[in-house]
Structures are given as structure tokens and as C-alpha cells.
Design a protein around this ligand. Structure first.
Ligand code: ZN
Length: 137
């Protein structure tokens, strides 16, 4: 039994030599593919089997790929998207908790502007690009 397992492990490591393997993106793809294929067993969600198949195939492709540089750049792109979503969610949470201020985004430079609530119509000047806007607070 032990011998068999060792032989199997040696075979797997030989197979994986020079290949990318699994990373955070790969495991996320695999897990979401498995979840989608389980959900596709529910009749009205049967169509989920199609994207599930492609997502799982993608995660296998990445795992066995020999183009490690390309896979790493995909991973860093994924991290960028993940961080953007996380900071966006944190901002929304902060905004919801803050009962005394209103938040606006500057149309020109996208800076977030925080102004006190209940002051009526006011002119807001963006501290970064000096763009002016009139808002009701
Ligand atoms: Zn601005």
C-alpha cells in the first residue's frame, strides 16, 4: 500500500514537473466550477453545467500549463480585481455607517469627497483637481 502510494506520488510529481500547478485563482475556479455543477443538478439551474464545464476546464488548463509567466500575470490581474472589489465594499460599508456625512465622487478625477450632511445646497470644490460642483446635502 505504501509502495503504491509512493509510486503514485512520484508519478504525479513527474507529471507536474515544469507545470504551473494550483494557485489561489486555480482553486477558486475549481471550487466555483464544482459548486456550479452541483447546482446544475437542480432542474431550473441545469444550464449551469455548461459554464461549470468551461470553468473547470480552465482551472485544469492553468494547472497543467507550462507557460508559468502567463499564469502568474493572470494571478496578479486576479489579485488586482479582488483588491478593487474589496476596497469598494469597505467604502460602501463605511458610507453606510457614517450617518453625519455624505459622499460624492469627483467627476473629473474620481476622488471621493466627504461632506457634512444637512447643510442644504452647497458648492463643493474638489481638493485634488479644483473641480466645482453643486450638491444638496
Ligand atoms: Zn477632482
Amino acid at each position: 500500500m505504501r509502495n503504491w502510494l509512493q509510486r503514485f506520488n512520484a508519478r504525479v510529481s513527474r507529471l507536474m514537473m515544469g507545470r504551473y500547478g494550483i494557485d489561489e485563482l486555480g482553486s477558486l475556479l475549481l471550487i466555483s466550477g464544482i459548486v456550479m455543477s452541483l447546482l446544475s443538478l437542480i432542474r431550473p439551474l441545469f444550464w449551469l453545467a455548461i459554464p461549470a464545464f468551461f470553468i473547470i476546464a480552465w482551472s485544469y488548463f492553468r494547472c497543467f500549463s507550462k507557460n508559468i509567466g502567463k499564469r502568474q500575470s493572470e494571478l496578479s490581474k486576479y489579485w488586482g480585481i479582488k483588491n478593487r472589489i474589496r476596497s469598494r465594499l469597505e467604502f460602501l460599508k463605511k458610507k453606510r455607517r457614517d450617518k453625519t456625512h455624505k459622499y460624492y465622487r469627483c467627476k473629473l478625477c474620481k476622488t471621493v469627497l466627504r461632506v457634512p450632511k444637512g447643510r442644504g445646497k452647497i458648492q463643493i470644490t474638489c481638493p485634488k483637481c479644483k473641480n466645482r460642483m453643486i450638491k444638496k446635502t
